[in-house]
Design a protein around this ligand. Structure first.
Ligand SMILES: NC(=O)C1=CN([C@@H]2O[C@H](COP(=O)(O)OP(=O)(O)OC[C@H]3O[C@@H](n4cnc5c(N)ncnc54)[C@H](O)[C@@H]3O)[C@@H](O)[C@H]2O)C=CC1
Ligand SMILES: N[C@@H](CC=O)C(=O)O
Length: 806
């Protein structure tokens, strides 16, 4: 015999009930012996409760009752519930007259939900020529007299059930009302929360069923609530013990008391989806999986009570007083945590009991208040409890660190010593984000990295293409899901919680909105996005003003823009302090040498104590291209410059390269990596633009670009034989001092020298150190270009994602 239990959502409308009929029919055709237990349909129990409440307050309940009656029959013909409606009518009228109702009356009212659904299904089955028998569980399950939460009298109930099934055995399908029972005086009682499931597991126990199938509207038990964690995965198998822990910590599909009768007789429980019969659901048995499961469950509707006071220090029996006082009023404490000194004790109670709990404790600790031993008893209402089932403390640092990095600071946490579970209390507003962060961390599924890209010109646009092209592969290989949720230029932003696609450019143009960076921050918060990275691919000084705000709001930073690192040294330090305070990171490998691994190398050398004595080289990719080509080919300076612009080597305003600012910035960035506190003004720069061309707009500069030809032709001709022009940066002097010497200049070097041999848009960096002596470490390669730079930015993103920063 199998017990099939159908929940309210499986019976919500005619179509759903049709599916239930089909499931039963299929079972019969397969020759299965089954009994069916039903909940009330859809929202019926709540509706009855509301109508009852209205009646007791003398409010007009009749309209809602009429709607209730219509709902029960709207998809069905030839069925009537006159008898049930008449009883309900009388009950409501009585309650309305009295202005009150007892738990006993409430049980009588609520019982109609299950009676109506079981009668309805029985008739529908009979219409399909299936032998079905309406079975009122009040005649079977006998309970004590506790209305609203009655306890079954097992011996009597078992006898009744066995007798009934001896009579209705064979091909008849018993359609049994869940949730309701009766006491020894034959008065209606109900079995409390999850009552229908309880009825089903009691029947399974009494009848020693082969399996209990619980049909719901979800495919089974998930690693977390999929409504809150889209990446949640279904758990195929669970042990009763694990299921019990899940049930205790809030997985509302299960309830501890419904599992116990199954454990007693070792009866498997299968959670199935009425509307997806291709899925095998979750199977719960006595077998424990070797690896153990992990799952996240949530308790909402809870409050945190915090009791504090200097005088509690070392006092004996404080906890006992709290528990005793609350237990006396039937208030249960679910999670408690306290400092070893007992100076502060925090614990969780049901939200609707919080005020009462506070008053009880104020009374209990009245004298302690008076003696100033207790200073505070406060309620924190907007909290939730997340329990990580299957988690012990040996690896708890992973989800915990990830939470902190995402600015979710748990208010309290505790663990069970024997079982494996850790519970955290977090602010309700952070629940969604916290769940996703923990889930990404503890399961071997992809960790989502949410990226906002500011600037989608040459570098930014190429970066977006690179990410979209490789995201799938990266997710497969590295279990990192890159989600670009924002793309912005200086005017508009496109926001997509679940990430942009290849059509982003057209969408940004069409649907993008005028924005402030704060709007992007707000959007990320509203959508509870975790693992945030902001990418600055602009060349804008103005944009760098947003860095501090972004960091303070949980973003790590990556930039190809060099400005933030070359503003005042005070800002440079302030940014680093803000990053440290918020445990955030800022990566900018492309600031010097585009995609070349320069900054990391310098950082490592410096960190390991290697004394860097000088850094010299061709720092600019565009100027390298310009002078390499101009020196070796008989072409006009302006023509080659145009080429460098078109190839995407120059800054958005090419004068930034020609005036030496760009090389100056790179030099300053490297100097600051060596802890030198130079300012931009300290750099000696040879400006390559003649004074009369320095002012005005880029467009007018480009119109007059030919005026450079004469100047540089002369420079070229006055060189020594076999020499070439190179624009170099040089950081030198006693670099152990507060400041170093920074020079940016045009030099003429022998063609055969290392600098003279640089080709194309290559940069070359010579790093002189104490250990390496006269033989510098040399890093050489493409120093500019959208593709290599975007690849470098991409590298920084992956480094952040992998580092465990997230
Ligand atoms: N081209 C190269 O080889 C390298 C470039 N870089 C740096 O990459 C950055 C980007 O360069 P490109 O892509 O060539 O520039 P670009 O001019 O092609 O693109 C800049 C983008 O920034 C946007 N933008 C400007 N101000 C903004 C603001 N306040 N907020 C949001 N967006 C804003 C513009 O609308 C545009 O989409 C620059 O900082 C540059 O120094 C770094 C290394 C190498
Ligand atoms: N304009 C820059 C680009 C890289 O930083 C250069 O030419 O090197």
């Amino acid at each position: 015999m199998k017990i099939l239990k159908f929940g309210g959502k499986s019976l919500a409308n005619g179509k759903a009930i049709g599916t239930v009929v089909d499931i039963i029919d299929d079972n019969i055709k397969r020759g299965e012996k089954i009994a069916v237990v039903l909940s009330a349909r859809g929202n019926t129990t709540n509706e009855l409760e509301e109508i009852l409440e209205k009646a007791s307050k003398n409010e007009d309940y009749k309209e809602q009752f009429a709607a209730f009656k219509r709902y029960q029959l709207e998809d069905f013909k030839g069925i009537n519930f006159d008898k049930e409606y008449e009883t309900l009518d009388k009950l409501f009228e009585g309650v309305s007259l009295l202005g009150d109702y007892s738990k006993r009356i409430k049980d009588q009212v609520l019982s109609h939900g299950e009676v109506i659904s079981a009668k309805l299904l029985t008739q529908l089955l009979q219409e399909k020529n299936i032998k079905a028998h309406f079975t009122d569980s009040r005649t079977l399950i006998k309970t004590d007299g506790e209305f609203g939460n009655a306890q079954p009298l097992d011996k009597l109930s078992k006898e009744n059930v066995i007798k009934h099934f001896e009579r209705y055995n064979g091909a008849t399908v018993n359609v049994i009302t869940g949730f309701i029972a009766s006491n020894t005086k034959d008065e209606t009682t109900t079995l409390g929360r999850n009552g229908s499931n309880y009825t089903a597991s009691l029947l399974a126990n009494y009848l020693e069923a082969e399996e209990l199938q619980n049909f719901t509207h979800v495919d089974g038990i998930y690693t977390a609530n999929p409504d809150l964690v889209p990446e949640a995965k279904k758990i195929e198998k669970l042990s009763f013990k694990e299921a019990n822990e899940l049930a205790y910590f809030g997985t509302n599909i299960l309830h501890a008391k419904t599992i116990i009768p199954l454990i007693e007789k070792n009866i498997p429980l299968r959670i199935l989806n009425t509307f997806n019969q291709n899925d095998n659901g979750t199977l719960i048995t006595s077998e424990t999986s070797e690896k153990g499961i992990k799952s996240l469950s949530v308790l909402e509707d809870v409050a945190l009570i915090n009791l504090e006071g200097r005088g509690l220090l070392g006092k004996v029996g404080v906890d006992a007083r709290i528990f005793r006082a609350l237990a006396h009023k039937n208030i249960s404490v679910s999670i408690i945590s306290q400092g070893s000194s007992e100076r502060g004790i925090g614990f969780i109670v049901q939200a609707d009991k919080a005020n009462e709990a506070k008053s009880i404790l104020e009374l209990e600790f009245e004298a302690d208040f008076y003696q100033q031993d207790v200073s505070t008893i406060a309620i924190e209402n907007e909290v939730s409890v997340i329990s990580i089932i299957g988690q012990d403390l040996s690896t708890f640092h992973k989800p915990y660190n990830a939470l902190i990095k995402n600015q979710v600071i748990p208010l309290l946490f505790n663990n069970t010593v024997s079982g494996k579970s850790v519970s955290l209390v977090v602010r309700k507003i952070q629940l969604h984000k916290a769940l996703n962060v923990i889930h990404g961390e503890i399961f071997e599924i992809s960790k989502k990295i949410n990226i906002a890209i500011f600037g989608h010109g040459l570098v930014g646009g190429t970066l977006i293409d690179q990410i979209l092209q490789t995201a799938e592969e990266i997710e497969k290989r590295k279990k990192i899901k890159l989600n670009i949720f924002a793309v912005a230029n200086s005017r508009k932003v496109l926001l997509h919680k679940n990430g942009i696609d290849l059509n982003w450019k057209a969408e940004l143009e069409k649907e993008g909105n005028v924005y402030m960076v704060n709007d992007v921050i707000k959007f990320a918060n509203k959508c509870h996005l975790e693992n945030l990275i902001a990418i600055d691919n602009t060349a804008s000084k103005e944009f760098t003003r947003n860095y501090l705000g972004l960091v303070e709001n949980g973003f790590d930073l990556v930039s190809s823009n060099k400005i933030a690192n070359t503003l005042s040294f005070d800002f440079y330090k302030e940014l680093r302090t803000t990053l440290e305070n918020n445990q955030k990171h800022y990566l900018y490998e492309t600031n010097v040498g585009a995609g070349l691994p320069l900054i990391d190398t310098i950082k490592l050398l410096h960190l390991s104590g290697e004394n860097i004595t000088r850094i010299k080289g061709v720092f600019s990719g565009s100027l390298s291209y310009l002078f390499n080509t101009f020196s070796s080919e008989g072409r006009l300076f302006s023509e080659v410059l145009h080429e460098a612009i078109n190839k995407g080597f120059t800054e958005p305003d090419p004068r930034e390269d020609l005036c030496g600012n760009d090389v100056g910035r790179k030099l300053l960035i490297l100097a600051r990596e060596l802890d030198l506190s130079n300012e931009f003004e300290d750099i000696n720069i040879d400006n390559l633009i003649p004074e009369n061309l320095r002012e005005g707009e880029v467009v007018s500069f480009l119109e007059r670009i030919r005026e450079l030809d004469l100047v540089y032709q002369k420079v070229k001709e006055t060189q020594e034989p076999d020499h070439v022009l190179r624009y170099i940066g040089d950081l030198w002097g006693d670099l152990s001092q507060e400041k170093g010497n920074l020079d940016v200049k045009l030099v003429s070097v022998p063609r055969s020298s290392a600098l003279g041999q640089v080709k194309g848009s290559d940069s070359i960096f010579e790093i002189y150190t104490e250990s390496y002596g006269d033989q510098p470490i040399v890093i050489q390669g493409a120093g500019a270009g959208a593709a290599v730079t975007a690849r470098g930015v991409f590298g920084d993103i992956l480094r952040l994602a992998e580092k465990g920063n997230h």
